[in-house]
Design a protein around this ligand. Structure first.
Ligand SMILES: [Zn+2]
Length: 252
């Protein structure tokens, strides 16, 4: 599965959906509510048609499992200088050189980590307060995402770094002098996971994305969840039908 240049730009959040978008890319504006909300995404632009017609869309309800298995995936990350942005849809930090995951002999570089409030994936209808998405891409353009639920508990060190420099308005990628962030701080020790084939959860909703959602959550303090949620507003796409996809849950 490969992605168009426009899609990759979206993925890498180099283009904003506002008037300041990369000049050569025409981006149709979309949002999480109202006339430009998720129910309308597929009608807003021919480029977004898959959002409405796709049969392998994300997110999904992970409670609808039809198989269990032990997915083997190795994610090796290291701390990187903090480069943070707010593209009007999410807040993310870029992760050039932070590392990669490998699955079935294919290496995927970690491009960026961004957040949704509340979580996009749910379990039997129940969302978590936040979900982090680790977006990876292989040399031939295949995408692999790790989703991590964030629930209330002990404060999270990576979120502390992020919140200290939180861009609450649309802000291009900005290096924060002297600050580093460790993606490992957003991963639980237990990497058991749900696995299915899905899509980007934002327009253009391109399919062929390898989804891995960890069954063990990480924690953030009540204050951290409140601050990040307030900055993200509500940026979760509703769950999509599974159709006849295979959803593998971690073996108990
Ligand atoms: Zn996401």
């Amino acid at each position: 599965m490969t992605f168009s240049r426009a899609t990759l730009l979206t993925i890498m959040a180099l283009g904003l959906c506002s008037a300041s978008a990369v000049a050569s890319e025409t981006k149709v504006h979309w949002s999480y509510s109202g006339e430009e909300g998720p129910q309308q995404w597929g009608n807003l632009s021919a480029e977004y048609a898959t959002c409405g017609t796709g049969q392998m869309q994300s997110p999904v309800d992970l409670g609808d499992i039809d198989a269990t298995g032990s997915i083997k995936l190795a994610a090796v990350y290291k701390p990187v200088p903090l480069v943070i942005l707010n593209n009007g849809h999410t807040i993310q930090f870029n992760t050039d050189g932070a590392g990669m995951l490998s699955e079935a002999g294919i290496a995927y570089d970690l491009l960026q980590v961004h957040f949704h409030a509340p979580s996009e994936h749910v379990i039997k209808g129940e969302p978590a307060p936040l979900e982090a998405h680790f977006v990876h891409r292989s040399a031939d353009g295949a995408l692999s995402v790790i989703g991590v639920f964030i629930v209330e508990g002990a404060a999270n060190p990576a979120l502390a770094t992020l919140i200290a420099h939180l861009p609450t308005k649309v802000t291009p990628a900005t290096p924060i002098k002297g600050a580093t962030i460790d993606p490992n701080d957003l991963l639980p020790a237990d990497m058991a996971m749900y696995r299915y084939m899905g899509s980007l959860t934002t327009p253009p909703c391109s399919e062929g994305v390898n989804w891995h959602v960890l069954s063990t959550s990480v924690t953030a303090s009540k204050e951290q969840i409140a601050k990040l949620s307030a900055a993200l507003h509500m940026n979760a796409r509703p769950v999509q039908p599974l159709h006849d996809r295979l959803l593998v849950a971690p073996a108990q």
